[in-house]
Design a protein around this ligand. Structure first.
Ligand code: SF4
Length: 329
């Protein structure tokens, strides 16, 4: 299946799966599987941002960890500039680890408290490049400037920074080795709302200047609306709708996307309807519902939905939806 018809995507994910075995007993026999990611496909073109949204347990963070190769895929492929990184052994992963950098939710936990800010940003340069100390210092100073941190801040420790400055430092560390893809997992959700906008604007400016490609993982639709080009809506390990941002926010087609937008703090009034509000919890990914996984919460469920799994289909240019209601479009 092809999603977005870009000739040369930076990242192409095809039928990605991550199933965690559940083991019991002395012999650690496998008794079940948690299908955290279960057949996810998408592409991201250079200089674009794909946002993955969904409730907790949807699998969006696991997708990020798979792309970073922090965990190994059960099946499927992850192609970075055409190279399938799921097939690379530990020794061959070095170039991948340089080209894909990450920014996490909690900058304080992800920055070594014993290192100065300059050392934190210099660490990936030391790991991945052979620069003289003068060249390294110049690179560190340049990325500090790019993220809006003053040169004097290089000698300070993470605890001396505010939350927003710490996230700027985490972004500087990611930028230090000139990555082609940044995976950002809830990078602003620990920050005050006023600071969130500053960090998002910084990410947008850097993207424009450096042609960066982002996979941005968030549960916050306000944040996603600010930064995304395309939005992938995830539910129980699957993408149920993927489309350009404007289409998702003005005319979401999947009932789950409609419910998410109806539940957002500043929703589009057209979708603020009682019958679109989500009820109940997300079912367990160990035992997902039969047929359409959303059928236990969907206000439009039919008998067919309970038995037949809808495929993710293109319903209009660049718009893909997995719902029986949309199959005749
Ligand atoms: Fe709802 Fe059926 Fe569509 Fe699933 S396939 S989202 S249950 S209408």
């Amino acid at each position: 299946m092809t999603i977005h018809d870009d000739a040369k995507p930076v990242l192409e994910v095809i039928n990605l799966e991550k199933h965690f075995p559940v083991q019991r007993g002395l012999l650690r026999r496998e008794v079940a599987r948690v299908k955290a990611v279960d057949g996810v496909s998408f592409r991201i073109a250079e200089g674009e941002t794909l946002c993955l949204v969904g409730e907790s347990g949807s699998g969006k963070s696991t997708v990020g960890r798979l792309i970073l190769r922090l965990t190994q895929a059960t099946a499927g492929s992850i192609k970075l500039h055409g190279v399938d990184v799921t097939q690379l052994g530990e020794g061959e992963l070095r170039p991948h680890r340089r080209r894909v950098q990450m920014v996490f939710q909690d900058p304080y936990a992800s920055l070594n408290p014993k290192l100065t800010a300059g050392k934190i940003v210099g660490e990936p340069i030391e790991n991945f490049e052979s620069l003289s100390s003068g060249e390294r210092e110049a690179r560190i100073a340049a990325v500090f400037e790019k993220v809006g941190l003053r040169a004097e801040a290089m000698s300070r420790y993470p605890f001396e920074f505010s939350g927003g400055q710490r996230q700027r430092l985490a972004i500087a560390r990611a930028l230090a080795v000139n990555p082609s893809l940044i995976v950002a997992d809830e990078p602003v959700s620990a920050l005050d709302v006023s600071v969130q906008a500053q960090v998002l604007n910084l990410l947008l400016d850097l993207q424009e200047e450096l042609k960066l490609t982002y996979l941005f993982i968030s549960h916050d639709l306000g944040v996603v609306q600010h930064i995304g080009h395309h939005i992938g809506v995830m539910y129980l390990g699957r993408i149920v709708e993927i489309a350009p941002k404007k289409a998702i926010f003005t005319e979401p087609l999947h009932p789950y996307s409609q419910a998410l937008i109806a539940a957002a703090p500043v929703p589009d009034p057209r979708f603020k309807r009682e019958d679109l509000l989500l009820e109940g919890d997300v079912p367990s990914p160990m035992n997902p519902p039969s047929g359409c996984r959303f059928h236990t919460r969907c206000p439009f469920v039919t008998a067919r939905c309970r038995s037949e799994d809808p495929l993710l289909r293109e319903v209009a240019g660049g718009r893909f939806v997995a719902c029986h209601l949309r199959e005749d479009n």
